[in-house]
Ligand binder design. Structure first.
Ligand code: DGL
Length: 281
């Protein structure tokens, strides 16, 4: 990668997800920080990432981040738990030091974890996510850095992302798989009072999830916490803020077909959007 290309310039905030789930985060960014320009990239052609190996998730995410940097982004948010859990650390530690030191990549785990400390009373927290996120062990590592007293119990839900990606989030099939995974989770720990939706696709399953979660359990969608965290980050880092343009626009890129993205994205974003096809790798 030519370092000259990377040198900090003004541009939109990059938002990356394997597919459509990151749109739930982007919508919160637009609500909390409406003035900025955003460039969303969905690697829909290679999604889902949830069952993929560490090496592949890292390689695909790295390609996406480099692409967003080339488009002028100085700040990229991995709006994907799987990519945040499996690729963020390597990108921060291996790739960024070789590029322009003013470029930044942030993930969704840390802001979610930071919010937990004041939300759980029993100190028993449940986590649902893709197999990649759960098996990576990244959530327990992050949680125990900040709150060593929290007991975290995770449940991998391999069927949930495919159900959402295929528009089946409201179906009886979705109810079956949501009920099954949540039963497994609450059977493992009955003291859970806070459930983290550790996948950016899961907010679409929220009505189903609420049906099968004990009434007194608080369900945490990440979007608002990640958006508040980005707001705080930008106010603490004026040097980054000045690289982020403020036209209030939102541009959508996908590695799949434009028409498919435009149609499916409407499940996540309740307005008509235009997408542009791009190739990664
Ligand atoms: N949206 C991604 C996440 O937050 C998962 C989707 C996938 O499996 O690719 O983990």
């Amino acid at each position: 990668m030519n370092q000259q290309h990377m040198n900090s310039k003004e541009g939109p905030i990059g938002v990356f997800d394997s597919g459509y789930g990151g749109l739930t985060i982007l919508e919160n960014f637009r609500k909390t920080l409406p003035g900025y320009d955003y460039l969303y990239l969905g690697d829909n052609a290679r999604a889902p990432y949830g069952n993929r190996s560490f090496d592949l998730v890292y390689e695909f995410t790295r390609q996406a981040v480099m692409y967003l940097f080339e488009q002028g982004c100085s700040l990229v948010i991995l709006a994907c738990n799987t990519a945040s859990a499996k690729a963020l650390r390597s990108i921060q530690q291996i790739d960024l030091p070789q590029l322009d030191p003013s470029l930044r990549v942030l993930g969704v785990l840390r802001p979610t974890v930071e919010a937990l400390g004041s939300l759980t009373k029993t100190r028993h927290v449940g986590l649902v996510g893709t197999p990649g996120t759960i098996l990576s062990g990244s959530y327990p590592i992050e949680i125990h850095k900040l709150f060593p007293d929290i007991v975290l119990t995770g449940e991998a839900c391999p069927m949930w992302v495919p159900l959402v990606e295929n528009g089946e989030y409201d179906s009886d099939g979705a109810a079956f798989f949501v009920k099954k995974s949540l039963k497994n989770l609450f059977d493992k720990d009955k003291d859970i009072d806070t459930l983290v939706l550790g996948c950016t696709h899961y907010p679409l399953l929220l009505p189903q999830i609420r049906r099968f979660v004990p009434r007194d359990v608080r369900v945490i969608s990440q979007g608002e916490y990640v958006a508040e965290s980005l707001k705080g980050y930008l106010s603490r880092h004026p040097e980054m803020k000045q690289h982020c343009t403020t036209g209030g626009t939102c541009t959508f890129l996908t590695t799949e077909s434009e028409s498919k993205f435009e149609e499916s994205a409407s499940m996540f974003v309740k307005r008509t959007i235009k997408a542009k096809h791009v190739r990664l790798g």
